[in-house]
Structures are given as structure tokens and as C-alpha cells.
Design a protein around this ligand. Structure first.
Ligand SMILES: [Zn+2]
Length: 446
């Protein structure tokens, strides 16, 4: 069967559409009752299939926690993770069909949450429930679905930290394929420490003709502070900020060589390389090294000619942490470097806004090996071993508990997540369904 001809089972599609109709928006503007409804909907699926589930109160939105028992007593236990919350669908007039009235056009299902993450995740839940109902579930499946992934909540990590239940591996479907035909397994994510830097050098802005050359300029102070941490000519950040990073395994380096060339990745988005070698080294830099970026600066007035000496300046700057580094070790170093760039007399306040730990999983881990084989069987192509340069705090929680996490999914870059006309390919849904069957069967041997 050709992949494009694959279709998900009708029942799966109908149930997913029901879930998608609930506007469980957590990123602002949503109705809290809808978030509860989406959580209860998922818990009911587990209970209807003969499992146990509860909706427990979270910091902001509830968590769904449940379990479906295997058909044999000594079966391994997997935990499936996904999120039922979605981003706001504004502006609504950019949607071809209403975001919470899912519609199939061509080989895609359109609607908010179709790809991120209800549609990507649901096959894991659906297949576990249908196998449990038929008394054919080969592994115990613990269910963990959160409602704060698109907001600032930390409930899922807090819950995982206190959980003592046995879990042999986790399966997270909230990620992309490499391309329409090639499955991918995400082995690592970077962490992040975000800082707010505020500078004050006088009570008020003063005239540069009268005082320039004699008083501190807040813009200059901020420039010098940021100069301490931005990358050098080679595009790398200073050694103090790179310490602790673990080099990727030879297996991964080999796998990365098969990926599209880094120069092409950069030119596709129109970004200019930071240093001559940074395109070539794209994967090792983005996935296994630290990086620093200034996200915004506010000072003075650049819109008109005003000859004032700015008295205040502010910046947001972050360091992305490579796997192997920790927030606890890098945060004080980063803060100290920033503070050390301030001259005497300037009032400088450096405060941490948010942080998330990096995580990495070994491709030689038995669960991950099984997963790579399962995805290859389903897609007919070897599984690409990738990482992401961004952060996914829940993975750090799994890594912390030494639970190997199979991070994958069948989303594609073209699904338009978080934007208007978000969609998910029906063949992706079918691949998710086939992959869930394959994973549960193979993980029974774990
Ligand atoms: Zn997501």
C-alpha cells in the first residue's frame, strides 16, 4: 500500500473530531470550563475501555492521569504523554473553515489542535483503548495528558517528580517526521535560562551636548553588558557557558550526516551564517552546544533625532543549554558574566525570568532501539535520529527519573501549528495508528 493511500480507521477519526470540537485554549482567551471538558473527555475514553483515570487539579489546568492494564500480569509499563490544550485560534478570519469545526479537505483534517497535539497524540490513546477493550493490550499503558503545554504551567513536571509508579519507558507524540515519508526519533532537547537585564544610569535622560562625554550612557552600559555573553567571531559562546556539555554519540554524528546539509537549512529560512563554519556545523551547534541570543532591547529613542543620553536600558537575553549542562550550574555563571560587564555607578539588575533543563536519551537504549525499528517498519524507511534545539521541559522530567522517552510523532513542518488553517494529514493519522500498534506489540518484549 502506498503511504498516500493510507487512511486512519473511521472510528479513530470520528472520536478525534469530537475532541477537536472542544476549544481547550490555554494560551489566553479560553474558557476554563472547556479545558476541564477536554480533560474529562480523555479520561472517559480510558474508563470506557475498562481502565482507570482521573482528572486532577493542576496549577492552572487539570491533568489527566490514568491506566489501562495489559492482558498479562508481568507486562512492561509504558507511559503515553500528550497535551489536550491548544493555542488560541485568533485571528479567526484567516481560517478557511472555523477552527473548532474540523473539516476534511483533500487528504488533510483542518482545525486547531489537529497537529499540535490532539491529532498527533490521539492514536496512542485510541489504540491502547481499543486493544484493552479486546483484552489484547500487550503492555500496561499509563496515560498522562496535560493542559498547560501552551501556557506557563508546570503541573506535569511537579506530578512526575512525585510519581512513584513503575514506568519502563515513555512515549511522547508531539513531534515531527523528518519529511512526509521519513520517521524521526528525537533524542535530545536543549534547556534554556532567560534573563531580564535592567540598567539605570541617571534619574532622567540628559542632553548629550551638555553632559555627553561626562556621564554614563545607559545604552552603552547595556551594550557592554551584552558584549560579555554574545558569541565571538567563530560564532561560539565563551567557554564558561559551554562547560558541561556532553558530546553527541558517534551513532548520532553518523545519523546527522544523513540529514539535509546545514547550509541548506539556514538558507531555506533566509538566515545568514554566524560564522563561515556554522552552516556546516549546524546540527552539532544547534543540538549539542550552548548558544546565546539577545531577544530584545529597549533604550533611548531611535525613531527621531533627539540628542539625549538615555538613562535607562533593558534587554531580554537567553542562553540555550546543551545536553549535559544544568540550569543550576549555568545560571550563576551567566548572571555573573552579565553583572561583571557593568561599570561602577550604573544600577544594574539581572534577574532570571524562566528556565528549563536540557535532556538527552541514548539511542542504544533498548526501548529507543525498539521504537526506531517500529517506525521504520511502519513507514518503510529508516528512522532519522534527531534532536531539537528548543526546550521541552517534560522530557527533562523523564530524563531525571531515568525513564527513556520515545519522542516522535507524525507532524510535518507544513502543518501550520499555532497558525490559521492548522491541519494534519490523514496519512499521518494512519501512520500514528499503525505506529501505536507496532510500538505496543514490540515493547511487550522490553
Ligand atoms: Zn505540542
Amino acid at each position: 500500500m502506498r503511504l498516500s493511500e493510507r487512511t486512519p480507521s473511521q472510528q479513530l477519526l470520528e472520536e478525534l473530531i469530537e475532541w477537536l470540537r472542544i476549544p481547550s485554549i490555554s494560551s489566553g482567551g479560553g474558557d476554563p470550563a472547556d479545558l476541564v471538558r477536554a480533560a474529562e473527555w480523555a479520561a472517559a475514553k480510558v474508563i470506557d475501555a475498562g481502565g482507570s483515570a482521573e482528572v486532577i487539579e493542576g496549577e492552572i489546568n487539570p491533568l489527566v492521569v490514568g491506566e489501562l492494564r495489559a492482558d498479562r500480569a508481568d507486562a512492561p509499563t509504558v507511559m503515553i504523554y500528550g497535551h489536550y490544550d491548544v493555542q488560541s485560534a485568533e485571528p479567526l478570519d484567516l481560517w478557511t473553515s472555523p477552527p473548532f469545526e474540523p473539516e476534511i479537505r483533500g487528504d488533510r483534517l483542518y482545525g486547531r489542535g489537529t497537529s499540535d497535539d490532539k491529532g498527533n497524540f490521539f492514536p496512542l490513546l485510541y489504540v491502547a483503548c481499543s486493544l484493552a477493550r479486546d483484552k489484547k493490550l500487550p503492555v500496561n499503558v499509563r496515560v498522562l495528558i496535560e493542559g498547560e503545554e501552551e501556557s506557563a504551567g508546570d503541573s506535569v513536571n511537579a506530578w512526575l517528580a512525585q510519581d512513584t509508579g513503575k514506568t519502563d519507558c515513555a512515549i511522547v507524540f508531539d513531534s515531527d517526521m523528518l519529511d512526509e515519508r521519513t520517521p524521526a526519533l528525537t533524542l535530545g532537547v536543549r534547556g534554556i535560562v532567560m534573563m531580564d537585564v535592567q540598567v539605570r544610569t541617571a534619574k532622567t535622560d540628559l542632553h548629550s551636548g551638555m553632559y555627553g562625554g561626562s556621564i554614563l550612557n545607559a545604552a552603552h552600559v547595556l551594550m557592554n553588558i551584552l558584549a560579555q555573553v554574545v558569541p565571538g567571531k567563530d560564532g561560539l559562546v565563551r567557554d564558561e557557558l559551554r562547560q558541561g556539555a556532553t558530546p553527541p554519540t558517534p551513532e548520532e554524528i553518523e545519523a546527522w550526516a544523513e540529514l539535509p546539509p546545514g547550509d541548506a537549512v539556514l538558507s531555506e529560512v533566509g538566515g545568514k551564517p554566524l560564522a563561515p563554519s556554522s552552516g556546516d556545523e549546524y546540527y552539532s551547534r544547534n543540538w549539542a552546544d550552548a548558544s546565546v541570543d539577545v531577544h530584545g532591547i529597549e533604550t533611548g529613542d531611535a525613531r527621531q533625532i533627539r540628542t539625549m543620553v538615555p538613562s535607562t536600558a533593558r534587554a531580554k537575553v537567553s542562553v540555550r543549554l546543551a545536553p549535559g549542562q544544568t540550569c543550576a550550574s549555568i545560571t550563576p555563571v551567566f548572571k555573573h558574566l552579565l553583572e561583571a560587564g557593568a561599570p561602577e555607578g550604573a544600577e544594574v539588575e539581572v534577574s532570571m525570568l524562566s528556565s528549563g533543563e536540557p535532556a538527552v536519551f541514548d539511542p542504544a537504549n533498548p526501548a529507543l532501539k525498539i521504537a526506531a525499528e517500529a517506525f521504520e517498519k511502519v513507514c518503510g524507511r529508516p528512522t532519522a535520529l534527531t534532536r531539537v534545539g528548543g526546550s521541552l521541559p517534560v522530557l527533562a522530567a523523564f530524563a531525571d527519573k531515568q525513564i527513556p522517552a520515545i519522542i516522535s510523532g507524525f507532524a510535518l513542518a507544513g502543518d501550520g501549528i499555532h497558525g490559521p488553517d492548522e491541519s494534519f494529514r490523514l496519512p499521518s493519522l494512519a501512520l500514528g495508528e499503525a505506529a501505536a500498534h507496532e510500538l505496543y506489540a514490540r515493547l511487550a518484549e522490553l
